[in-house]
Design a protein around this ligand. Structure first.
Ligand SMILES: Cc1cc2nc3c(=O)[nH]c(=O)nc-3n(C[C@H](O)[C@H](O)[C@H](O)COP(=O)(O)O)c2cc1C
Length: 260
């Protein structure tokens, strides 16, 4: 029998393969989790910078399986300090959760297939808000890929390592290397702490990552004596240009794990 003849037989192997190839694939949802909850805070704009950087990367690096990126803000899903009577790893179904806030959180996290955790460092650790949000669930996290992006005066690496360990405890597939976004100077830290505009701009690959940063940031870096500064207050690299590359590299690890 010829391939053409076979394909016309409904239910044949070839016909099934063609149907599968033609069927539009539902994109995997990847959530960028905004891990701090205080007011004011820098986390939403840093998470948005991460989101926009990854969306830019997505344009030039198509994944074999489509994915869609979006933010998950803990402030949009407020949870009290963990108050479920049962241990989440031991429940059989989401309907076993006692509280509506847990069932809503469970439903949201279940709809995502992978996560990027964007976390500040608080006193050498991660904020209690994200530990609380993780502890509420277990099965909803289990087996899903996770990447940690930390920020702070020195990049928040201590928080990142601790968070990675917690994510392993809920059996997530944690990308080995985290991404640390180090504040360029004290002026930047002050702005972040007060929730002021950090003037973050996506450094497009297409632009060759050579855009000169805005004057305001250049001045801030100048105040901190950054070594890459050129005469006149401009620099070759905008804030977190190198880190953006690292972010895309580690994110690709996450996408690869998701597609495996
Ligand atoms: C309670 C608290 C503890 C902090 N501890 C650290 C720290 O250990 N290392 C650091 O680099 N920055 C630390 N900072 C400064 C934060 O990096 C900075 O305030 C940042 O904006 C916090 O993120 P958020 O605005 O999203 O909450 C701390 C800030 C707070 C509020």
């Amino acid at each position: 029998m010829s391939a053409n003849a076979n394909s016309s037989v409904p239910g044949s192997d070839l016909s099934k393969a063609m149907d599968a190839a033609l069927k539009p694939q539902i994109p995997n949802k990847i959530g960028i989790i905004v891990c701090s909850q205080r007011s004011p805070r820098a986390c939403p704009q840093i998470s948005t910078f991460v989101l926009e950087t990854l969306k830019d990367f997505q344009k030039t690096h198509p994944s074999p399986r489509p994915y869609a990126l979006s933010l998950i803000d803990l402030n949009d899903n407020p949870l009290p300090i963990f108050n479920e009577p049962d241990v989440p790893s031991q429940i059989k179904s989401a309907s076993d959760y006692k509280f509506a806030h847990t069932r809503a959180w469970s439903e949201l996290i279940s709809s995502y297939m992978a996560f990027v955790f964007v976390t500040p460092q608080y006193n050498w650790g991660y904020p209690a808000s994200i530990k609380n949000a993780i502890d509420y669930l277990f099965h909803e996290w289990r087996g899903k890929p996770a990447l940690v992006v930390s920020y702070g005066g020195h990049g928040g690496g201590k928080a990142a390592v601790q968070l990675q360990q917690v994510l392993e405890a809920v059996n997530m597939k944690v990308v080995k290397d985290f991404v640390a976004l180090q504040f360029p100077d004290r002026a930047f830290l002050y702005k972040a702490a007060h929730g002021e505009d950090l003037n973050l701009r996506v450094v497009s690959e297409e632009a060759g990552r050579e855009r000169v940063i805005e004057t305001e940031n250049a001045q801030a870096i100048l105040a901190g004596g950054d070594a890459t500064m050129e005469a006149g207050g401009n620099t070759k690299d905008p804030v977190w240009a190198q880190e953006s590359k690292e972010l895309c590299t580690q994110f690709w690890e996450l996408v690869t794990t998701l597609n495996a």
